[in-house]
Design a protein. Structure first.
Length: 423
C-alpha cells in the first residue's frame, strides 16, 4: 500500500545516495531526549540488540540533544498486569523506568525535552504466556492499552511535558521468529494482536491530542513503515526483509548487515533503526527537518566518545513504589475540579477559553437586548414608512469568516499520511 510515509523515506534514500553525508540540524530547540522502552530501545542497560546505532541515538545526534534512555530489555508497561508470569521473567517496566527518572530529579526543562515511550511487544507475549491453561485462549489487550495511555498522561502531568512520542507495535507476524513451521500457527494470532493493540493506542492518542491544546503527542507508526519495507525491500535500500542476518549469514553473506531488516529473529539491524529515526527526523515535528545518512559513520563516531552527550548513561530501574500514581492522586485532590482532572476532558487553556466563550455569549446577549430596546424606542418616533439601513447588528455573511477556534489535528498518522505528520 502506498503511503506518504513511503514517499518520505524514499526521498531520503535518494538524497542519501546523492549526498552521502550526515545532515545535522543546525539549530534545534530540543535539548533532551528521554526514552522509556523495551529491547527495541535498550542501549545497554541490559543488552544492546542490534549491530549499529539504535533509533534514539540517531535522533539524539541529529537533534544535537542529550540522550537519557531508561529502556530495558523485556520491559512491559506494568508488571502488575501479569501476576501469573514468574518473577524471573519480569524486567523493569515502563512504570519502573518513569519513577526512576522522577527520583533522579534531573531538572530538565520540559519545553526543551521530548519524551518517548516504545513498548507493547512484551505485553503481547506475556499476555499469551499468562493465558496458558486458562479459558482465555485469546488475551484481551485492553488493560495494556489503558496502561500505556496512563503512562502518557502521567508523563504529561508529573513532568509538565507536552512533547511526547509513542511508538506502536511492529508487524509481529513478519518477524523471522515465526518462519519456523513449528510455531507458524501463532503467526496470524500475533499479527492480529499487534493490530488490535495499535488500534486502541491510536484511539487514545486521538483522544489525548483532541482534548489538550498544548500537547504535541506523535504516534510513530512503526507497524506501517516495516510493513511497507517488507512489501518492497529494495526500494528502501534493503536486500532482505524476512531473514535474520545472524541466522542466514554468520560471515557467509556478501551483503552488509544493514542491508537486512532483521538482525536476529526478533530485533532490527542498525539500518532499520536508521529508517525509523529518519521517519521522525524528516517529519520535522519537534525540530527542523533533517536526517542521518546511510553510512552512519559520523553517528557512530560521536557515540564512541565516552564524554558524548548522545551516549546515554546506564540505568537499571528498581521496582516502582507507586510514587508516580500517588503524585497524580495528590494533584487530583488539589485541583478545584477533580472530576475534570481525572477525566482529562480539558486542559487549562481550553477551560479558560470555555470561560471566555461564556462571557462573550452573555456580552452578546446584553448587547442584543440593548440594540432591540434602542430600535424599539426609535421605531416609536418614526413615520409609518419603515426604511431599512444597510447591514445590521450581525451580518450573517460575516459570521463564518469571523469565527475563530482551535483546529485540532488529534492524530497525525492516518491511512494517507506518514509515520509522523506535522501539524
Amino acid at each position: 500500500m502506498t503511503r506518504h510515509s513511503t514517499l518520505i523515506v524514499l526521498l531520503h534514500c535518494v538524497l542519501a545516495s546523492l549526498f552521502p553525508q550526515t545532515l545535522l540540524a543546525l539549530e534545534s530547540n530540543v535539548k533532551n531526549l528521554v526514552v522509556f522502552g523495551d529491547s527495541y530501545s535498550d542501549l545497554g542497560n541490559f543488552h544492546r540488540w542490534t549491530n549499529g546505532p539504535v533509533w534514539s541515538e540517531n535522533v539524539a545526534v541529529a537533534w544535537n540533544a542529550s540522550l537519557y534512555s531508561f529502556a530495558y530489555t523485556g520491559s512491559a508497561c506494568d508488571n502488575d498486569l501479569f501476576p501469573n508470569v514468574s518473577a524471573a521473567d519480569q524486567m523493569p517496566s515502563i512504570r519502573d523506568q518513569i519513577e526512576m527518572f522522577y527520583n533522579l530529579d534531573m531538572n530538565l526543562d520540559s519545553s526543551e525535552t521530548v519524551f518517548a515511550v516504545y513498548v507493547g511487544i512484551n505485553d503481547i507475549q506475556k499476555s499469551y504466556q499468562q493465558s496458558i491453561g486458562t479459558e482465555d485462549a485469546v488475551p484481551d489487550f485492553k488493560d495494556v492499552a489503558l496502561c500505556i495511555g496512563q503512562q502518557l498522561r502521567n508523563i504529561r502531568k508529573v513532568f509538565h511535558a507536552n512533547r511526547i512520542m509513542v511508538f506502536n507495535v511492529p508487524p509481529l507476524e513478519r518477524m523471522p521468529f515465526f518462519a519456523d513451521n513449528a510455531i507458524h500457527t501463532d503467526k496470524e494470532a500475533w499479527g492480529q494482536a499487534a493490530e488490535e493493540l495499535n488500534r486502541m493506542l491510536q484511539d487514545d492518542v486521538v483522544k489525548l491530542n483532541k482534548h489538550h491544546h498544548a500537547l504535541e503527542l506523535d504516534l510513530v507508526d512503526v507497524h506501517s513503515l516495516l510493513s511497507d519495507i517488507a512489501a518492497d525491500p529494495p526500494i528502501f535500500g534493503f536486500v532482505d526483509a524476512s531473514s535474520a542476518y545472524l541466522d542466514t549469514c554468520q560471515g557467509a553473506c556478501q551483503e552488509e548487515i544493514d542491508e537486512f531488516v532483521w538482525w536476529d529473529r526478533t530485533h532490527l539491524t542498525g539500518g532499520a533503526h536508521r529508517v525509523i529515526a529518519n521517519s521522525i527526523l524528516l517529519a520535522g515535528s519537534y525540530a527542523q527537518s533533517t536526517s542521518v545518512d546511510i553510512s552512519l559513520t559520523n553517528v557512530q563516531k560521536l557515540l564512541d566518545d565516552p564524554e558524548s552527550p548522545y551516549r546515554s548513561p546506564v540505568y537499571i530501574p528498581p521496582p516502582n513504589t507507586g510514587l508516580i500514581d500517588q503524585i497524580v492522586q495528590e494533584m487530583v485532590k488539589s485541583t478545584p475540579s477533580a472530576i475534570e482532572f481525572q477525566q482529562d476532558d480539558l486542559d487549562d487553556e481550553l477551560k479558560e477559553r470555555h470561560l471566555m466563550s461564556r462571557i462573550l455569549v452573555w456580552f452578546t446577549l446584553v448587547m442584543a437586548v440593548g440594540a432591540v430596546l434602542i430600535a424599539w424606542r426609535r421605531r416609536r418616533h418614526r413615520s409609518p414608512c419603515r426604511c431599512h439601513s444597510g447591514g445590521g447588528l450581525l451580518d450573517p455573511s460575516s459570521i463564518e469568516s469571523q469565527h475563530r477556534g482551535r483546529y485540532f489535528s488529534p492524530f497525525r498518522p492516518n491511512n494517507n499520511s506518514p509515520m509522523i505528520e506535522t501539524k
